[in-house]
Design a protein around this ligand. Structure first.
Ligand SMILES: *[C@@H]1O[C@H](CO)[C@@H](O)[C@H](O)[C@H]1NC(C)=O
Length: 256
C-alpha cells in the first residue's frame, strides 16, 4: 500500500521524493523482512561465543551426529538405540588436540545432549548445537555455518550427508554415511588429512576443500602427498626452498 501511493504521488508530481519518506519506507521494509526471517533462521545470529583471543588461529571442526559419529534408529520392539561408529573415540581424542570441536545436529537438544554426554566422556566436544540452531528451508533443517561466529576460512564440516545438510558446500568434508557396518574405517581414515590441515593451517580452507570435490578425501590426500614427495626428491636441494615458499603462501600446493 505504501509503495503504491508512493508511486502515484511521484508520477503525478514529478518531483523528487523527500529523503525522509524514503528512509521511512526503507525502515518499514527492513523491519518486515526481519520479522519474516525470524521464522526460518537459527535462534541467534551468533550460535557460539567468541573464540578466545589466544585461539584465533585455531580451526573449528563441526561434526554431524547421525550416520557420522554414530547411528541412531528406532524399532518398535526396542525403541531408540544408538551405536558408536568404529574409531570415534580415537578420532575425537586425537583431533581435540588441534581443533575446536563442535557437534551440530538437526535433532532436538533433548536427544542430542544425553547422547553426546555418553559419547564424549573425555570432553573433547566443546559445544553442541541442535535443531534450534539450524535454518529451516524447503521442509528441511540445514546447518548454517555463517552463524557460528567463526571465520569461514577456518571451518570444516564433517558429515555423512554433508552436502545435503549444510548451506556452505565449500566448507564440507563428506564422509561415507555409516549405517552400522562393522568394518567401517572412515573416521580413522580421515585423521591424516585433518591432522595435516590443523598443523599447516591453510590461509583459507574453502579452496582446498573445493579442490577435493568429487574425490574420496583420504585416498586423494595420500595420492597428492606421494606426488609431492616425488617432485621434491626430483628437485633435490631446491626442493626445500620451494616447499617453504608454498607453505608461506598459505598451503602446500600439492595438497590443493
Ligand atoms: C538416523 O538415520 C537413520 C537412517 O537415515 C534414520 O532412520 C534415523 O531415524 C536417524 N536417527 C535420528 C535420530 O534422526
Amino acid at each position: 500500500m505504501l509503495i503504491y501511493s508512493f508511486c502515484l504521488w511521484l508520477c503525478y508530481t514529478g518531483v523528487s521524493v523527500p529523503a525522509k519518506l524514503v528512509e521511512l519506507y526503507l525502515d518499514l521494509r527492513a523491519s518486515t523482512e526481519e520479522h519474516v526471517r525470524g521464522f526460518t533462521e537459527p535462534s541467534s545470529e551468533k550460535l557460539l561465543p567468541d573464540l578466545h583471543p589466544q585461539e584465533q588461529h585455531v580451526f573449528t571442526l563441526v561434526l554431524d551426529l547421525n550416520e557420522t559419529l554414530l547411528y541412531s534408529d528406532w524399532k518398535r520392539d526396542r525403541g531408540w538405540r544408538t551405536f558408536k561408529r568404529p574409531g570415534v573415540d580415537d578420532f575425537l581424542e586425537h583431533l581435540a588436540q588441534f581443533y575446536e570441536i563442535i557437534v551440530y545436529s538437526d535433532q532436538q537438544a533433548m536427544y542430542v545432549d544425553p547422547i553426546v554426554d555418553r559419547l564424549d566422556g573425555k570432553h573433547c566436544i566443546r559445544y553442541r548445537l541442535s535443531r534450534a540452531a539450524t535454518r529451516y528451508q524447503d521442509g528441511k533443517h540445514y546447518r548454517d555455518l555463517s552463524k557460528l561466529n567463526r571465520d569461514p576460512s577456518r571451518i570444516l564440516y564433517v558429515s555423512g550427508n554433508a552436502l545435503e545438510s549444510c548451506l556452505q558446500p565449500e566448507n564440507c568434508v563428506p564422509v561415507k554415511p555409516w549405517k552400522c557396518e562393522a568394518d567401517d574405517t572412515a573416521l580413522v581414515d580421515l585423521i591424516p588429512f585433518l591432522d595435516y590441515v590443523a598443523r599447516h593451517r591453510p590461509a583459507d580452507i574453502r579452496p582446498v576443500l573445493t579442490s577435493y570435490h568429487g574425490h574420496d578425501i583420504p585416498k586423494e590426500f595420500i595420492e597428492r602427498n606421494k606426488e609431492h614427495q616425488r617432485s621434491r626428491s626430483n628437485m633435490g636441494v631446491c626442493g626445500d626452498a620451494l616447499e617453504k615458499m608454498q607453505i608461506e603462501n598459505g598451503f602446500s600446493t600439492s595438497l590443493r
